[in-house]
Design a protein around this ligand. Structure first.
Ligand SMILES: Nc1ncnc2c1ncn2[C@@H]1O[C@H](COP(=O)(O)OP(=O)(O)O)[C@@H](O)[C@H]1O
Ligand SMILES: CC(=O)N[C@@H](CCC(=O)OP(=O)(O)O)C(=O)O
Length: 258
């Protein structure tokens, strides 16, 4: 099977122009077929605040009312996605920016209201791996933002980490897939105050321990939540760390295995 890399960048990298530029260079140099997924939660929070809209997160997910959905559509689907695509074009990567509504690539379902009403937040139901592959086979590089749709005309906010693992699972039908969760730290840390305390390898048993001890929290929750499902559903490798893990020179990052 041919290899496919699915790379995710989040808010902290996107917020810092120099970090974003440096990352996009590494991504452009990454050999083989690839997909980029980006978040932008921090930018959405800033823009919402400017508009007088307060942001609320529960379990690493944004409570998304109708007003917030408008903001995230503009920020993720417009501002962030198109800037990244333009920068990739300047690096000779023929990128195409997508929400899950485009080519019906990621269909989701509005999260049912249980203890928390997340509003317009979608849980991924179907990834159109064959349609996405048409773009890849045509030598385009898909760049997904954190928006999906329900097939009935409703856009839904979906955590970018979750999109990454679900797209990777879908594409595993056709490729040997590797996920790279790039963020500002070197990996999952045993002690959040000690930047050097990178845990090099996490399996299911250690994951449960770390979760119980509260070592995995906040933005780290959605990253790790779906990893083991993804590995069980055919994703070959999952890595978490800073952007330099995309080069062969850095091996100081976290590898997730079953
Ligand atoms: N054990 C941990 N190791 C590393 N980061 C952690 C840990 N627990 C919580 N975090 C938090 O998770 C954040 C990364 O998630 P998130 O903010 O969603 O990043 P991004 O948007 O860049 O993907 C880190 O900045 C850190 O504050
Ligand atoms: C439902 C939900 O929480 N969606 C996320 C999507 C963006 C995201 O995931 O951004 P980062 O990767 O930068 O955190 C949000 O609106 O914050």
């Amino acid at each position: 099977m041919e290899k496919l890399s699915i790379v995710k960048i989040g808010g902290n990298i996107i917020e810092d122009n120099a970090s974003l530029k440096a990352f996009l260079k590494l991504f452009a140099n990454l050999k083989g077929k690839k997909i980029l997924v980006h978040g932008g939660g921090k930018r959405a929070t800033h823009v919402a605040a400017k508009l007088g809209i307060e942001s609320k997160m529960v379990n690493g997910r944004r409570i998304t009312d109708a007003e917030t959905l408008e903001v995230i559509t503009m920020v993720y689907g417009g501002l962030v996605n198109k800037n990244i695509v333009a920068q990739l074009q300047s690096l000779q990567v023929d990128a195409i920016g997508l929400t899950g509504a485009d080519i019906n690539s990621i269909a989701s379902e509005k999260r049912p209201v249980k203890e928390v009403d997340f509003g317009f937040v979608g849980d991924v139901k179907k990834v159109a791996h064959k349609s996405i592959d048409k773009l890849i086979q045509a030598d385009f590089t898909p760049v997904f933002c954190a928006i999906t749709h329900d097939g009935k005309g409703q856009l839904l906010n979906t955590n970018a980490d979750t999109i990454t693992s679900q797209v990777a699972v879908g594409m595993s039908e056709l490729y040997e897939t590797s996920i790279y969760y790039c963020f500002e730290l070197d990996g999952v840390l045993r002690d959040i105050k000690d930047k050097k305390s990178v845990i090099k390898h996490i399996d299911v048993t250690l994951y449960k321990e770390l979760l119980e001890q509260g070592i995995i929290a906040d933005g780290m929750l959605p990253k790790l939540e779906n990893c083991f499902d993804a590995l069980n559903q055919g994703v070959k490798t999952i890595n978490m760390g800073n952007t330099s893990m995309l080069t062969q020179e850095n091996d100081n990052f976290t590898r997730i295995t079953l």
